[in-house]
Write a protein that binds this ligand. Structure first.
Ligand SMILES: [Zn+2]
Length: 277
């Protein structure tokens, strides 16, 4: 059933677990996320990045919303990394109520201004707003941010940012990166604990691909309620294609089913990881 990101994160909080928010690009992605969530019997968030919308447009949103409605578990549909205000109205028109206005490329005051403007429109329909304070390094959907530009979330700014930008969840940067970690992830847990002391809002971790079970559990215990999963799901899809090529599978439906099954396995693995106490 379709539900709001508010309700899903409230449920995660009361259950002391985190929610997987999975980026999708096509029908196979939507199907894999829904099937994985139904198999495990837990809520999930289906999310789309503007890059996937460039290809799938409103049809991709419509498909995700309908899949959420038809599902036996609670699912919300979220627009990830919105970088222009017009995307909010477009999303609302298409039926979306959950957004991440990404003002992290701006300086502090401009980030607040951009996020606040988006938040006003989102709140006018009772929608959910995720903001980001700090900036992630790495790359996501062809957006590469050099390490020198990256900076971590300053716990001393959290209270001010949250109240001025009027958000409902906070994406934090504590050494997490978008994309693939080239070396062992090095998360700044003392920083996370300080952020948690400052705000009771649900905390979100982007760039959670490649984190060990132990690290994820530590994040959940420290207050992370939502993990974004993009890279690993894309890799699962590509491994399905590769396997099909290597085994000379030429039937399109068989290839699609293989990709769905690879992605579903990844969704299940992540859901279990986020449910570890
Ligand atoms: Zn992200």
């Amino acid at each position: 059933m379709i539900t709001s990101s508010f309700d899903i994160l409230k449920w995660a909080n009361s259950s002391n677990i985190a929610i997987g928010a999975f980026n999708v690009y096509n029908f196979e992605g939507v199907k894999a996320v829904v099937e994985g969530a139904e198999q495990e019997g837990v809520p999930v968030i289906i999310q789309m990045h503007p890059a996937s919308l460039e290809r799938g447009s409103r049809s991709l949103i419509a498909m995700a919303l309908e899949a959420a409605r038809l599902s036996t578990v609670s699912i919300s549909v979220h627009l990830d990394h919105i970088d222009r205000i017009a995307s909010v109205s477009e999303g609302i028109d298409a039926g979306i109520t959950s957004f991440m206005p990404d003002g992290s490329r701006y300086d502090y005051d401009e980030n607040i201004e951009f996020t606040k403007l988006c938040a006003q429109e989102i709140r006018s329909i009772g929608g959910f707003v995720e903001g980001e304070l700090g900036r992630l390094s790495g790359s996501e959907d062809n957006v590469t941010i050099s390490d020198y530009q990256a900076f971590l979330t300053d716990p001393l700014l959290v209270d001010d940012y949250v109240s001025k930008a009027r958000i409902n969840a906070l994406a934090i940067c504590i050494g997490n990166i978008h994309g693939k970690y080239e070396s062992e992830p090095n998360l700044d847990f003392p920083r996370l604990y300080k952020i948690r002391e400052t705000t009771e809002l649900p905390l979100v971790m982007h760039g959670a691909s490649g984190l060990s079970d132990e690290m994820v559990s530590q994040c959940v215990r420290a207050g992370i309620s939502k993990f974004n999963v993009n890279t690993e799901l894309r890799q699962a899809y590509i491994s399905g294609i590769t396997e099909a090529v290597n085994h000379n599978i030429t039937d399109l439906l068989s290839i699609m089913n293989l990709c769905v099954s690879k992605m579903r396995d990844m969704v299940v693995l992540k859901i279990r990881q986020y449910s570890l106490q």
